[in-house]
Ligand binder design. Structure first.
Ligand SMILES: Cc1cc2nc3c(=O)[nH]c(=O)nc-3n(C[C@H](O)[C@H](O)[C@H](O)COP(=O)(O)OP(=O)(O)OC[C@H]3O[C@@H](n4cnc5c(N)ncnc54)[C@H](O)[C@@H]3O)c2cc1C
Ligand SMILES: C=Cc1c2[nH]c(c1C)Cc1[nH]c(c(CCC(=O)O)c1C)Cc1[nH]c(c(C)c1CCC(=O)O)Cc1[nH]c(c(C)c1C=C)C2
Length: 482
């Protein structure tokens, strides 16, 4: 039977679900409902008339693994190959990443030399912790915080400095609260499968999904890409998807159309919008988990009212990040690389600085040289450091960002251009027990045959690749492999 499917949320997760659904003959109609005036969610790029591009959300996508190939396959299907800006592993932006510790920048250890020598801020060579790790017995817990897992296996110094910073640079989160099982599944699985992270990395810990590579994905592997962006910024990806959906036949695309409520009798859905209702046989929600309940009350049949689904969805927390893009005249950086991270022991509110013009000089303005930097602040420490996000001023965030550039990088000239964005609730936090919450939710949906699938960054990974793959998984769960 052909179905009408409503996809809620036109971020990259919802767009990916539509893209894959639209390939199936089993779906007669797809309705994409986006509350904002623009599709793409956190994929947001400012393009200036002089050619400069500034990213407010993600700025680089990794090509590695099944989910990385899957994204590149989609990029090729959208005809965006000539727009890709690759950064290879031998590029300085791939080799050099820094930590700001004790008021100084330290290059993170890399290569054999970095592993066998003592590299400040660490007090002993990494190789010592790595060799000892092989001998440490398996943990017995079903889940553990990332900090506890790494302290146990590799020592507290690595956990306090390197892992603390890494979690700020990916989740804007606190490694003492984040779950190793859900945030870093390769490490968790390596310990489970091989008894050691090191052995798991060397020997592998089980196959991933089978995603055959497109020509573009093969090129990425042959040319050793570490990450990539797009010439017009990553917002070009949702734009190309939107265009494909608009011209694709069976997809009805609505923006400025927030979903205000949902009700189901167990077989189909009624979806409340500001100016009416629509019906659908199935819903793929690519909304942030909390939004499904806070802004979109769900009415379920009476016998399902004491619904544990609601509680589990509400427990998936998010953090707010302030993103400040800065542009400086000339080449002002004292070091070159991807950027630097700041551990929470050094400065709780300042997460890190990306040196955007190093990996992607193509995004600089035409004309004389400039340096583009992005300062990221807040995350799990936002409230503690900056107070209520609704009350913090742009000027305060801008001042804090430029001060950090001065003290961390010695840049004393003021920026020639800046833009401040407050990204409220932008990164979900997979706290301890996240896996169990997911299991309970999915079990509940199965047990009650609810015509509902969940996609997006709230569940199985926050990277653009993970979210695109979650959209595909939700679509294929409904219509089979496309
Ligand atoms: C600052 C930052 C930097 C990042 N850097 C990287 C990076 O370098 N590499 C990487 O791989 N990933 C990165 N990410 C992660 C990645 O960008 C996100 O996880 C991903 O974009 C989330 O996509 P999504 O579709 O799940 O959610 P969203 O983008 O949040 O989309 C959800 C959509 O639902 C809509 N919506 C909300 N409520 C309603 C409603 N009631 N009705 C209808 N629509 C509604 C929203 O408007 C939005 O468009 C970064 C994220 C941030 C915030
Ligand atoms: C300082 C804050 C942040 C920076 N980037 C992000 C935050 C919160 C968000 C982010 N960065 C990455 C991802 C995707 C993860 C993935 O699995 O692909 C997200 C959501 C990529 C990334 N950035 C850093 C690392 C180690 C990774 C993982 C992938 C990779 O190894 O490339 C480090 C890093 N992030 C930021 C800086 C300044 C920095 C290091 C110098 C900014």
């Amino acid at each position: 039977m052909q179905k009408t499917v409503a996809v809620l949320g036109g971020g990259i997760g919802g767009l990916s679900a539509c893209f894959h659904l639209s390939k199936s003959p089993q779906v007669s109609k797809i309705v994409l409902l986006e509350g904002d005036g623009r599709f793409g969610g956190w994929l947001s790029s400012t393009r200036r008339e002089d050619g400069a591009v500034f990213e407010h959300g993600p700025r680089g996508i990794r090509p590695a693994g099944a989910v990385g190939r899957n994204t590149l396959n989609m990029v090729e299907e959208l005809g965006l190959e000539s727009e890709v800006l690759p950064v290879t592993y031998d590029h300085v932006a791939s080799k050099n990443r820094y930590l700001y510790v004790g008021g100084q920048l330290h290059k993170m250890p890399s290569g054999l030399g970095g592993v066998v020598r003592t590299v400040p801020p660490f007090s002993r060579p990494l190789i010592q912790s790595v060799l000892k790790e092989i001998l440490i017995s398996r943990g017995k817990e079903e889940d553990e915080s990332i900090h506890s897992f790494v302290s146990r296996r590799l020592g507290t110094e690595l956990a306090d400095i390197a892992i603390d910073s890494l979690c700020r640079g990916v989740f804007a989160g606190d490694c003492r609260k984040l779950s190793v099982r859900s945030c870093l599944p390769p490490l968790y699985n390596a310990e489970k499968a091989r008894g050691s992270i090191v052995l798991g990395m060397l020997l592998g810990s089980g196959p991933g999904p089978d995603v055959p590579p497109s020509t573009l994905a093969k090129r990425a592997a042959q040319e050793n890409w570490a990450q990539w962006s797009l010439k017009r910024g990553l917002q070009n990806l949702p734009e190309a998807l939107e265009e494909r959906m608009r011209n694709g036949g069976c997809v009805e695309v609505h923006r400025d159309t927030p979903v205000t409520g949902l009700s189901t009798n167990g077989t189909g859905w009624e979806i409340q919008l500001e100016d009416g209702t629509i019906k659908a046989d199935h819903i793929i929600s690519a909304l942030p988990a909390k939004v499904i309940l806070n802004s979109v009350p769900v009415v379920l049949p009476v016998d399902l009212e004491a619904c544990p689904l609601s509680q589990q969805l509400l427990e998936i927390a998010t953090v707010t990040v302030a993103v400040v893009n800065l542009e400086y005249e000339g080449s002002v950086l004292p070091v070159t690389g991807f950027g630097h991270l700041v551990p929470s022991s050094e400065d709780r509110g300042l997460l890190g600085v990306v040196y955007d013009s190093v990996p992607f000089p193509q995004h600089n303005r035409t004309g004389g040289p400039t340096t583009r930097l992005t300062v990221m602040m807040g995350g799990a420490w936002f409230q503690e450091v900056f107070g209520n996000p609704d009350e913090v001023t742009e000027q305060l965030l801008l001042d804090r960002a430029t001060q950090a550039v001065t003290s961390h990088l010695g840049v004393t000239t003021p920026p020639i251009w800046s833009i401040v964005a407050l990204l409220k609730d932008c990164i979900p936090q997979y706290y301890l027990g996240h896996w169990k919450r997911l299991e309970n939710m999915r079990q509940y949906i199965r047990d009650h045959n609810l015509p509902l699938s969940l996609a997006g960054s709230s569940y199985d990974g926050v990277s653009v690749n993970d979210v695109i793959f979650s959209g595909r998984t939700a679509a294929e769960g409904l219509v089979g492999k496309v």
